[in-house]
Design a protein around this ligand. Structure first.
Ligand SMILES: [Zn+2]
Length: 204
């Protein structure tokens, strides 16, 4: 039984890290993970997190900081097919969202998409690179529109304009960014593997 009865977790409603009273927990027997239900002290919404117990300096069992599982996981698992530096930008954008730094989140998402454009269409600006990706068939028309909207939002975040990046726009931009990379790296790869399996069975 842990001594400390509260847990450190990021509240998505308050967009800040909180120390939330624990309402209940279940220890997973096969791993060291403990699933904890907590209540945000500020907005009083439920938060479900995954954490580990460890012994502190006084040899008491305490909770480590929790990764949120619900609502909306704090760290979305990104496919290892996505290049490391792009995954890092997206993870950093997720951290900015968790702490309410909306403009930095969209700038990081823009950088991730810029890396995609640089990799697939070298020597282009982000705007012309995206058009090139569409022309090459790397992204379809819908994703191109998303990526272009993202690019414009990135410009809002990066430049000294009077218009501000809102929480909703930053969250949408992150969702678009993840969708773009899942499409380009993960889905295309899965489809190629599927075709290979079909061909091996003589179905193709
Ligand atoms: Zn809250």
């Amino acid at each position: 039984m842990p001594l400390r009865d509260s847990i450190v977790i990021d509240c998505p409603h308050c967009a800040t890290r909180v120390s939330a009273p624990v309402k209940g927990y279940v220890k997973h027997t096969d791993t060291d993970n403990t699933i904890v239900l907590a209540c945000c002290p500020s907005c009083e919404e439920a938060l479900l997190g995954c954490t580990q117990l460890y012994r502190d300096d006084h040899d008491d069992w305490v909770y480590d900081r929790a990764e949120r599982l619900w609502p909306e996981p704090s760290a979305i698992d990104l496919s290892p097919s996505i290049p490391e530096r792009i995954r890092q930008d997206i993870k950093d954008a997720q951290k900015c969202i968790a702490h309410g730094i909306w403009s930095a989140a969209v700038v990081l998402c823009g950088r991730a998409v810029e890396r995609l454009a640089t990799e697939k269409a070298p020597g282009k600006t982000l705007a012309t690179g995206l058009t090139e990706l569409k022309n090459q068939g790397v992204i379809d028309d819908k994703l191109f529109q998303w990526a272009d909207a993202l690019r414009r939002e990135r410009n809002l975040g990066a430049h000294a304009t009077t218009e501000e990046v809102t929480k909703e726009n930053a969250t949408d931009v992150l969702a678009f960014t993840i969708a773009i990379f899942e499409y380009v790296y993960t889905l295309s790869e899965k489809y190629a593997e599927f075709k290979v399996r079909k061909a091996a069975r003589g179905d193709a």
